[in-house]
Design a binder for this molecule. Structure first.
Ligand code: 3Y8
Ligand code: NAP
Length: 251
């Protein structure tokens, strides 16, 4: 019985999965939220934009006869992951998450772990420093209470609205990044401290290795809580799950 797969994308692993699913000849649609101007092209039919909450995703699943959902979104895309658990529960659709492990500090690293964005902001109390804020665009406003620092911001698209940080230098660049590039960038701007999400994976890893090479401290933001769901760490495991899972809807 043929499967009809929905891949919730936006990560390096989602792209790798799309290639594997395409090569396996499995019917699938790739989904982006539509956050950036030029998302990577995928070898699968691609939809762009929110579904309209849980109900919108339930309708999408039903109207498109989706039998399996793979949540391959970023570990900080907690709302999408919660919605996927709810919508698949309501429709009896098989769900699995393709995730990647958190980065772990080694003995030479100087990381300060904070639970969330607001705690990262609080950790920036103190005299002006050159801070690399490598967390994208969506949460820049949260850092407005710490205007004293000289920020190096890396954004996927040039900002359309006002950026609430007076002393900043904006680099427009879309990952995956390289360690050499990030070392050069940090040196060029005299970066003294990096703020990072614990994204895991390889696409955002360059700055972690660059910080290690330059012996720079990192404020590392832990991942938001995500509801329990089956998780695997590779495209091969997703394909095996598809082979072994039935296509009947749960009752
Ligand atoms: C829209 C479109 C692939 C996917 C590549 C990964 C790696 C490169 C590194 C830094 C950190 C950051 C950010 C980052 C990385 C990968 C992956 C990853 C971090 C794209 C993409 C979309 C997004 C959304 C975007 C967020 C932003 C976050 C930039 C695509 C390029 C900071 C996360 O301007 C905005 O609104 C940007 C929003 C969510 C976080 C934020 O708060 O701003 N990602 N990133 C997806 C959609 O529309 O559904 O996939 O081509 C994808 C990638 N970005 O196939 O190679 O796997 O994580 N993305 C973070 O980790 O902190 C950059 O600068 O060092
Ligand atoms: P989020 O906060 O968890 O989701 C907010 C809303 O965006 C969701 O409720 C949903 O809207 C929509 N959405 C999110 N991902 C979607 C997808 N793949 N397809 C369709 N709609 C999606 O998500 P986010 O943190 O903004 O992340 C958005 C996208 O960027 C995701 O694809 C994620 O993988 C990617 N990304 C995020 C980060 C990050 O740091 N957050 C990093 C790298 C890549 P509706 O409720 O209307 O359905």
């Amino acid at each position: 019985m043929a499967h009809t797969l929905l891949i919730l994308g936006g990560t390096t692993e989602a792209t790798a999965l799309a290639i594997a699913v395409h090569e396996a000849g499995i019917t699938a649609t790739f989904s982006y939220a539509g956050r950036v101007a030029r998302p990577k092209r995928q070898p699968l039919p691609t939809r762009i934009g929110g579904f309209g909450g849980v109900d919108g995703l339930v309708n999408y699943i039903r109207e498109n006869g989706i039998t399996h959902v793979v949540d391959a979104t970023h570990p900080f895309a907690a709302q999408m992951s919660m919605n996927a658990v709810d919508a698949c529960g309501q429709t009896g659709t098989q769900l699995i998450a393709l995730t990647r492990p958190k980065w772990q500090a080694d003995v030479t690293d100087n990381w300060t772990h904070v639970p969330d964005i607001d705690a990262a902001v609080a950790a920036l109390n103190g005299p002006p420093k050159n801070v690399m804020l490598a967390i994208g665009r969506m949460h820049l406003d949260a850092f407005a209470p710490q205007p004293q620092h000289r920020y190096l911001l890396r954004l996927v698209d040039a900002p359309d609205g006002e950026v609430p940080l007076p002393n900043r230098h904006i680099v427009v660049d879309q990952g995956p990044f390289s360690v050499e590039n990030d070392i050069a960038l940090m040196r060029e701007h005299g970066v003294e401290l990096i703020v990072s999400k614990n994204a895991g994976g390889t696409g955002a890893r360059a700055k972690i290795d660059a910080a290690r090479a330059l012996n720079l401290p990192i404020i590392m933001i832990d991942r938001p809580a995500i509801p329990a769901r089956p998780e695997v760490g590779s495209s091969a495991q997703v394909l095996a799950w598809l082979d072994h899972s039935s296509t009947e809807r749960g009752v």
